[in-house]
Design a protein around this ligand. Structure first.
Ligand code: GTP
Ligand code: GTP
Ligand code: MG
Ligand code: MG
Lengths: 278, 291
């Protein structure tokens, strides 16, 4: 991006443009560039090329900084819940994760706790078939917390290795739906003490600054342990995860890069930071 | 609130003098920040600020308005102008059926929108046929079937794997059975997927839609320009719909979309139910973007 020429204000403007166009956001970009100016002095950085490398390091540090305490269960099953706003790829990502764990020899169950949206259970059923895992569901309109409870209880009594719970998409501004999610989390804990062990907030890479608000407000009703960033096979950079890691310390766990069952990758912070500037 | 933020930047201008590029520079930086926080594309925001600077320069500082308010008024007017003038209604064919094609990225809200459009058109007394042309997504056709049942509209389903054939057959069915409108629900796809974009071009050349609506998720950030540009290059877009605006996303994607394609935003999705569709109001959108 910046090459071997000497650093001037225009170099910083180019870097700011790359960060903002990557959806890192104004606030986080400013903090990053302030830190970068300090490094220019401290490390005596002279060329744009080295400057860009330093910025990539700063971004990588932020991304690696998230702890995202994942509870290690004392007994089976491990319970993972997929949450997020509408259409981000929760159901599809769940299918990919279920397949990954099943093909590693684990006994996997999926819970169809989206009892609201048209054909949501049918959609998950197709993924369960593809991943060759069991599915627990109920009829449309059933209480999602009840479906989650039944699935987790059943998995516990049968000592399954992992249960993935699919939930309905919901905008964080819908108070009743956020309370429903809080209840789902609480009820899962009743079915299996210590659960859920992982709660993955699924974010669409095309999403802008609203993702930070999503992370905050979903985090208020259920403890978010990690992010899944989907649709990175598009042209959006998903830089908003840098803001989320910076402000909330929540790490990215997986990247969704397609609609196929194998299109999931564990998160690589360095590769992601570099891609922001490509 | 933006005018409050600008008040500080314009303290020295109160009640006298003329707005100049120099004395409004700091204030315009605040406006640019607000636009970027609202997800307006970086380059679009840059162009927009230039336009505002040109419009504002030379204006007398008006008595009774603090200069910050005056600049916000100019910004707001400029935004409304760009977002879109006259409300452009849905296309209507001279001889039925009117063919509507709904396109966009994965998860934008197309299938849900098809149900909303079907209900709206049905309420106006016209017969609608929904066509399930998504052959990829698991249970996509079942989803549209349930959506159709919810609004009492028939859904054309052919469980084959050729979307072009389905659309052709669906429009033919609409023709033969005297439907007024036929709505094609297509699969979500990436604008950079040449094969799938080619599929849409084939459908377009086959059935010649009177209306091709690009559905964009209201939460979309900087990428909105890329998506809108690509879809507009490859297809004859006639309108756009911004969805999930019942949330608190500022909706800067609307400005980005309009700026690069000039395509009118016709509707706004404001919920998951079949009645959650509003006509696009540029003034409301402008206020929302400015926060
Ligand atoms: N290109 C691409 N598409 C994806 C990816 N993940 C999901 N999708 C697509 O995005 C669309 C929505 O995916 P879903 O899994 O239904 O999303 P969801 O979050 O469960 O949606 P709701 O339950 O309605 O809130 C589908 O068309 C998926 O195939 C990805 O990583 N890349
Ligand atoms: N809150 C809200 N949710 C919406 C709106 N429009 C659609 N949705 C939800 O967004 C999710 C995705 O909607 P779909 O209609 O399946 O999206 P799609 O574009 O057809 O998805 P693909 O076919 O996979 O590309 C669903 O959970 C819908 O209920 C809206 O205006 N507001
Ligand atoms: Mg889902
Ligand atoms: Mg669809």
């Amino acid at each position: 991006l910046t090459g071997r020429k000497k650093i001037d204000e225009e170099t910083f403007e180019d870097l700011e443009e790359a960060l903002i166009m990557g959806d890192v956001g104004v606030g986080t970009s400013e903090r990053l560039l302030d830190r970068l100016r300090e490094r220019v002095k401290k490390d005596r950085i002279e060329t744009g090329e080295v400057l860009e490398e330093a910025l990539i390091e700063e971004v990588e540090q932020i991304l690696l900084g998230g702890e995202g305490a994942v509870t290690v269960p004392e007994a089976k099953p491990r319970v993972v819940v997929m949450v997020g706003v509408n259409g981000t790829g929760k159901t599809t990502s769940l299918g990919k994760l279920a397949h990954y764990h099943a093909s590693n020899g684990e006994r996997v169950m999926v819970a169809a706790a989206d009892t609201f949206r048209a054909a949501a259970v049918d959609q998950l059923r197709v993924w369960a078939d593809r991943a060759k895992v069991e599915i627990v569901s109920n009829e449309s309109g059933a209480d999602p917390a009840a479906v989650a409870f039944d699935a987790v209880s059943s998995a516990r009594s049968r000592e399954m290795d992992v249960v993935f719970v699919d939930t309905a998409g919901r905008l964080q501004t819908k108070v009743n739906l956020m309370e429903e999610l809080r209840k789902i989390g609480r009820v899962i804990g009743k079915a299996c003490p210590g659960a859920p062990h992982e709660v993955l907030l699924v974010l669409d890479a095309t999403t802008g600054q609203n993702a930070v608000i999503q992370a905050k407000q979903f985090g208020d009703v259920i403890d978010i342990t990690g992010l899944v960033l989907t649709k990175v096979d598009g042209t959006a950079k998903g830089g908003v995860v840098v803001a989320i890691s910076d402000e909330l310390g929540i790490p990215v766990r997986y990247l969704g890069l397609g609609e196929g069952i194998d299109d999931l990758q564990p998160f690589d912070a360095k590769a992601f930071a570099e891609a922001l500037f490509k | 609130d933006l005018s409050q933020k600008l008040e500080g930047a314009f303290k020295k201008l109160r009640g006298r003098g003329v707005l100049t590029p120099e004395n409004i520079k700091e204030g315009l930086r605040e406006v640019r920040r607000a636009l970027l926080e609202a997800d307006v594309n970086f380059k679009v925001a840059k162009d927009f600020i230039k336009r505002v600077e040109e419009k504002a320069s030379g204006q007398e500082v008006l008595k009774g308005l603090n200069p910050g308010q005056q600049v916000v008024k100019i910004v707001h007017e400029e935004l409304v102008g760009l977002l879109g003038g006259e409300l452009v209604p849905l296309a209507k064919a001279d001889s039925p059926p009117t063919v509507l094609m709904v396109v966009g990225l994965q998860g934008a809200g197309k299938t849900t929108l098809c149900g909303k459009l079907a209900q709206r058109i049905k309420k106006s007394g016209r017969r609608v046929l929904l066509v399930a042309a998504d052959v990829y997504r698991p249970a996509a056709m079942d989803q549209l079937k349930v959506v159709g049942e919810g609004v009492g509209v028939e859904v054309f389903i052919q469980r084959i794997d050729d979307a072009v054939k389905i659309c052709r057959a669906g429009v033919e069915e609409a023709n033969n059975r005297g439907f007024d409108v036929v709505i094609l629900d297509t699969a979500g796809r990436l604008h950079i997927d040449d094969e799938l974009m080619g599929e849409l071009q084939q459908i377009e050349s086959d059935v010649k839609p009177h209306e091709t609506l690009l559905v964009v998720d209201g939460l979309t950030g900087q990428d909105a320009v890329n998506v809108a540009e690509s879809f507009n290059e490859k297809l004859g877009l006639t309108g756009a719909v911004l969805t999930k605006m019942d949330g608190d996303a500022r909706g800067g994607a609307a400005l980005s979309m309009r700026h690069v394609t000039g395509v009118p935003i016709k509707f706004v999705g404001v919920g998951e139910k079949s009645d959650a569709l509003e006509e696009f109001h540029p003034d409301r959108m402008a206020s929302r973007i400015l926060g």
